[in-house]
Structures are given as structure tokens and as C-alpha cells.
Design a protein around this ligand. Structure first.
Ligand code: NAD
Length: 305
């Protein structure tokens, strides 16, 4: 049996930790010695209402098991006050798990401005606000682990979730840049796309599937990505039901029209099979890989094959 990977001395903020995945993350971190800020607004799955009960219950559960935790009942839109709770209770912050979320599912045709704005506020502004408030502490101490929670709906799209899809993929964009800005300060940033039974999925998945998609199957990946021994950063992971895998971009070799030569819509149509041919594909990892492809195009002098 390998040695337990522990979080003694580490302070973890988990947003939306009163239910579902966040609750499991909180229990996992606390059982491994972390001091945990259990944030949860305690509202409904669609963003209405407010209650301290769910965050308090998780804190109570952690304390009964001998762990250390405090509750915070603010919305993630008020990141500074959530981080202040960590500072007041534990003096610092080491790990931020951006997990809080709601749904406002409706077809794009019927989506109201409120449906759009609320989802952006909670997922995008909320993750920004908490992470931005924690960032100076992580930078100053030269240590940090940050998790963003995206969704397959963001990566691939999902009917009735235009607002949620846009918000969830915005988090990946944020994570990609924080990966670069955090790297030389030992702030490592990763994104998970989970699938698990929770009140967000209970209305859209059959009961027999929900029974095996346990939310506690997600937390071990979060624990590893947040551990000091893990050097992974900038990763995107699909996780659920005991499965976990990393995703990356894939780009065709494409076609380059030579500089100085005239080409038009017809030539694009003619070369289309090559533009979309993933045989011998590349896996660009940074904006430099885009720039280098463009530079190659600038240097190309002929139409080529
Ligand atoms: P959940 O509803 O069980 O938990 C979400 C928690 O976030 C709730 O306790 C809720 O009160 C809290 N919350 C909502 N708005 C908040 C706010 N403004 N401030 C603070 N807390 C707030 O749902 P879950 O399935 O555990 O979802 C956790 C995260 O995982 C979400 O970001 C969700 O989008 C994402 N996700 C879940 C699944 C899945 O299959 N369950 C799939 C993809 C992504």
C-alpha cells in the first residue's frame, strides 16, 4: 500500500462545497489533513434562494471526524470575502477548487438575458473573483494549486445549455492563461470535466445511471492534481465513474497557399479534404504553435501538394 498523500498544513478553499462534488472534495481534503473553507451560498440548483445550512452541515461533518473546517456563505461573486474567511481562520490559502455552479437550461431560442447573465455571473465571474482574490497570496508564497470545473457541455456543446456551455469553456480559457502566469510561481492550474450524480444531473439522467456515478469518484483526481507532488499544469481531464483521461487539441497538417499567389473560395473548396484531414495530425500546445504555423505560411512560396 503506498503512503497516503496528505495535505497537512495546507489551506483549501472549495466553492459550492455544501453539496455534490464540492462536498466530497471537502471531505477528502479534510480527511487528509487540510484545513478547509467550505463555501456555499446554499441556493437552489437554478440560482434562487440562500441558506447557510448546507455549508454548515459539511463543516460539522468534517469536525465530527476530527478535521478542521470553517463555513463561508457568500456567493462566489464575492471572492474577496471567501478568501478573507480563509485568512481569518487559517492565516493563508494554498489551494482553490472552483466548483460552485448552477444551471439555467433552456433552448437558445427561449433563453432570456437573465438566463445568460446569471450563469455567467456564477460560473465565470465567480471563479474569477475567488481565484483573483487568492492569487496574490499564492504568488507571494510561491505555491498554489487551482482547479476549475468545466463540463462536457462546454467542451462539446449540449442541447439547451448555450449559456452553461459558454461559461464552462470560458473557465478553460482562464485556466490556460493562469497556467502561463502561475508557472514560475509554482502555481499549477488544472481543469476537470466531471460526470457524477448530483442535484444538477438528477433531472437529466436515469436513476440507474445516477446510482453508479458517485460524486466521490471525482475527488481523488482533484486531490492528486492539488497535491504538492503533482507537477501537472494546464491539463484538462474528463472524469467520472472511475474513469479519468486527459484531453488535448488536435490540428490537421492543413494546406498552405503560397504567398504572393492569388487564391480564392474555389481553391479553398478544392483543398478542403486536405484542410480537414486528421491523418498525421499535430497537437499544438501553445499560442507559439499557432504563430509558427502562420510563419511557415508566410514563408511558403508555392501552392504545394
Ligand atoms: P450541486 O448542485 O450538487 O453543487 C453545486 C453547489 O454550488 C451547490 O451546493 C450550490 O449551493 C453551490 N452554489 C451555487 N451557486 C453558488 C454561488 N453563487 N456561490 C456559492 N455557492 C454556490 O452540483 P454538482 O454537480 O456537485 O456541481 C459541481 C460543479 O460541477 C458545478 O460547477 C457543475 O457545473 C460542475 N459539473 C457537474 C457535472 C455533474 O455531472 N454533476 C458535470 C459537469 C460539470
Amino acid at each position: 500500500m503506498s503512503e497516503q498523500l496528505r495535505f497537512d498544513g495546507k489551506v483549501v478553499i472549495i466553492t459550492g462545497a455544501g453539496n455534490g462534488l464540492g462536498r466530497q472534495h471537502a471531505l477528502m481534503f479534510a480527511a487528509r489533513g487540510a484545513r478547509v473553507v467550505v463555501n456555499d451560498l446554499g441556493g437552489g440548483a437554478h440560482g434562487g434562494g440562500k441558506s447557510s445550512a448546507s455549508a454548515d452541515a459539511v463543516v460539522e461533518e468534517i469536525r465530527r471526524s476530527g478535521g478542521e473546517a470553517v463555513a463561508n456563505h457568500d456567493s462566489v461573486e464575492d471572492g474577496p470575502s471567501i478568501v478573507q474567511t480563509a485568512i481569518d481562520a487559517f492565516g493563508t490559502v494554498d489551494i482553490v477548487v472552483n466548483n460552485a455552479g448552477i444551471l439555467r437550461d433552456v433552448s437558445f431560442q427561449k433563453m432570456s438575458r437573465d438566463d445568460w447573465d446569471l450563469i455567467m455571473k456564477v460560473h465565470v465571474n465567480g471563479a474569477f473573483s475567488v481565484t483573483h482574490a487568492a492569487w496574490p497570496y499564492l504568488r507571494d508564497k510561491g505555491y498554489g494549486r487551482i482547479i476549475f470545473t468545466t463540463s462536457g457541455a462546454g467542451i462539446y456543446g449540449n442541447f439547451g445549455q448555450a449559456n452553461y456551455s459558454a461559461a464552462k469553456l470560458a473557465l478553460l480559457g482562464l485556466a490556460n492563461t493562469l497556467t502561463l502566469e502561475g508557472r514560475n510561481r509554482n502555481i499549477l492550474v488544472n481543469t476537470i470535466a466531471p460526470i457524477a450524480a448530483s442535484r444538477l444531473t438528477e433531472t437529466v439522467m436515469p436513476a440507474e445511471l445516477l446510482a453508479v456515478l458517485k460524486p466521490d469518484y471525482i475527488s481523488p483526481l482533484v486531490g492528486w492534481l492539488c497535491h504538492e507532488q503533482c507537477t501537472e499544469t494546464g491539463g484538462l481531464f474528463e472524469v467520472g465513474a472511475g474513469y479519468m483521461a486527459k484531453l488535448r487539441w488536435e490540428r490537421t497538417r492543413g494546406h498552405t497557399f503560397g504567398q504572393g499567389l492569388k487564391w480564392d473560395v474555389e481553391q479553398v473548396a478544392a483543398k478542403w479534404p486536405k484542410v480537414i484531414d486528421f491523418d498525421d495530425a499535430e497537437h499544438p500546445q501553445s499560442v507559439n504553435d499557432t504563430v509558427s504555423a502562420i510563419m511557415t505560411a508566410l514563408n511558403a512560396r508555392s501552392y504545394g501538394g
